[in-house]
Design a protein around this ligand. Structure first.
Ligand SMILES: [Zn+2]
Length: 152
């Protein structure tokens, strides 16, 4: 901890159904050839949180920004086939808020924003999944929602 300089606390949606299992999410990453998880923290529909990677290590959340980012995702974002939206459950919202407060405390100078607020991958190396190219992740305005997050 503290080995990296963290500029961004990046909020994601996994981009699948909110019932998506961690196993299927990780299988998806392996299929894309990812060696590291996409996120440090992941929160399921019941508000349960899992750490996938120590924050001192680099996750695969947003190409070009990973060295200075900590990534947090809620499971979901898919409303119906091909349609994305904010599918966060009340329990997910609660755990996400708690997690972001903890991160804000650990990284007081970092900016909290959504994946879509960072520049797209201009190299077009095809590693980011197609739904992320359209820049909807995390399917709500995280920058706006958490702009006044206090250190309570
Ligand atoms: Zn994302």
């Amino acid at each position: 901890m503290g080995m990296r300089e963290i500029s961004y606390i990046v909020v994601h949606a996994t981009g699948g159904w909110k019932t998506q299992t961690l196993t299927s999410i990780m299988e998806g990453w392996r299929a894309m050839g990812w060696r590291n998880p996409g996120y440090h923290w992941i929160i399921d529909a019941d508000g349960r949180r899992k750490q996938l990677l120590p924050e001192a290590q680099i996750a695969n959340g947003v190409r070009g920004h990973n060295a200075h980012s900590v990534h947090v995702a809620y499971v979901g974002g898919l409303v119906s086939k091909g349609v994305y939206g904010d599918t966060r459950t009340p329990l997910q919202r609660r755990t996400l808020l708690i997690t972001l407060k903890e991160l804000r405390r650990r990284y007081p100078s970092a900016e909290i924003l959504g994946h879509r607020d960072l520049s797209p991958d201009k190299n077009g190396d095809g590693i980011i999944s197609p739904w992320e190219f359209i820049k909807v992740c995390p399917c709500f305005d995280a920058r706006e929602e958490y702009k006044n997050l206090t250190l309570a």
